[in-house]
Design a protein around this ligand. Structure first.
Ligand code: GLY
Ligand code: MN
Ligand code: MN
Length: 358
């Protein structure tokens, strides 16, 4: 029994639950080791099952040490029917299920096929374990961050007048792949001039011109763990406004980093950065949140400064990413990945944060 699975079983016992049904691919990977993306997991008492089909059966058997892997014939048996069979076999009366990850059809299947089982919606059972990272997880994110740093240095050699957003994004993703990234963390954001005011814009055919802002938000993936970094450059010499906005954003990021020397409420970090942003003539253009947890998902617990006030605990990996986005002019965001350790904050992304004129 792995320690992670053991912790889940203990929680189920303390909540008088006989079992737990999981749908989320990353939660399933976290508990079982299976890295494919088509499986359902069932923890029934001390017994754990991974339900998949012929496409993943061999892979799942090789990757799962503790879970019993069942290959479902999808023509002969529905998922709900197979689960019903296992619930009956183990005499399950109260079954928790991942309330945040269930599809409507799975919900209907539960009601049709398991009338004897009391299905109990449960949130954050695995997510709360993923909230803080172990050494191996942090090492994977650090490796992804290093790949991203190195790839960005290399990609900058391709920056020249006339190059398009799409060309630079493709070059950056290629450089990450060459260095061992499993794929981009998300669709690379590469935006020039006024388009950099779109916080999550999509690269297009815009060509680089002297004086443009160039905002790049991207990441690499190692062992299923993501990095997430943003840098904003100026192509040529920066003007006064670009300089001012950049220094404000950098100051806001530094203030949040300074506030993270020990376990702290995320709201405190958000307020520290807002305090700087609010003194700027461009305060009304600041972004909404400050950052988010980072791991198997690009966005995961704890979310910082977006409604919920969650603790940033020791061994949480989070992003700190203040930004100012001025419609019609452009945007500046600086984003880094950090982890809170026994010795305070450690920055995982290492690319220089000061404004760079290309
Ligand atoms: N690129 C997504 C983010 O920074 O949150
Ligand atoms: Mn990002
Ligand atoms: Mn981010």
């Amino acid at each position: 029994m792995t320690e992670r699975l053991n912790t889940i079983i203990k929680t189920l016992n303390s909540e008088q639950l006989d079992g737990f049904l999981l749908f989320d691919a990353n939660n399933i990977t976290y508990l079982s080791g299976f890295t494919g993306h088509a499986a359902t997991a069932l923890v029934l008492g001390q017994h754990a099952y991974l339900l998949t089909d012929y496409r993943y059966f061999e892979q799942a058997k090789a990757e799962c040490s503790v879970f019993e892997v069942i290959c479902r014939d999808r023509i002969k048996q529905s998922l709900a029917e197979l689960i019903a069979e296992l619930l009956l076999k183990h005499g399950i009366r109260r079954l928790a299920f991942e309330a945040d990850h269930i599809s409507h059809s799975a919900w209907l299947g539960m009601q049709t096929h398991w009338p004897e089982t009391d299905a109990v919606p449960f949130s954050r059972l695995v997510e709360d374990l993923r909230y803080t990272k172990d050494d191996g997880e942090i090492a994977s994110i650090q490796q992804a961050a290093k790949i991203a740093d190195d790839a960005l240095h290399e990609m900058l050699k391709s920056v020249k007048a006339g190059v398009t957003e799409r060309e630079l994004a493709a070059e950056l993703e290629y450089q990450m792949a060459q260095r061992g990234s499993q794929g981009p963390s998300f669709d690379t954001i590469m935006l020039m001039a006024e388009r950099s005011a779109l916080p999550h814009g999509v690269p297009g055919d815009r060509q680089l011109q002297h004086g443009d802002l160039l905002l790049i938000d991207f990441g690499a993936v190692v062992n299923g763990y993501h990095s997430d970094m943003t840098r904003t450059f100026v192509f040529g010499q920066a003007d006064e406004k670009q300089r001012t906005v950049y220094q404000t954003v950098l100051g806001a990021q530094q203030a949040a980093m300074d506030a993270l020397s020990e376990e702290v409420e995320g709201l405190k970090l958000h307020q520290a950065s807002q305090h700087i942003l609010n003194q700027s003539p461009y305060a009304k253009y600041q972004g909404e949140g400050l950052g988010h947890g980072l791991g198997m998902d690009v966005h995961e617990l704890p979310f910082i400064g977006m409604g919920k006030n969650l603790m940033v605990k020791r061994n949480c990996v989070i992003t700190i990413e203040p930004g100012i986005y001025i419609p019609g002019w452009g945007g500046v965001r600086v984003e880094d990945d950090v982890v809170l350790t026994d010795n305070g904050l450690v920055q995982l992304t290492q690319f220089p944060r000061e404004m760079i004129e290309l």
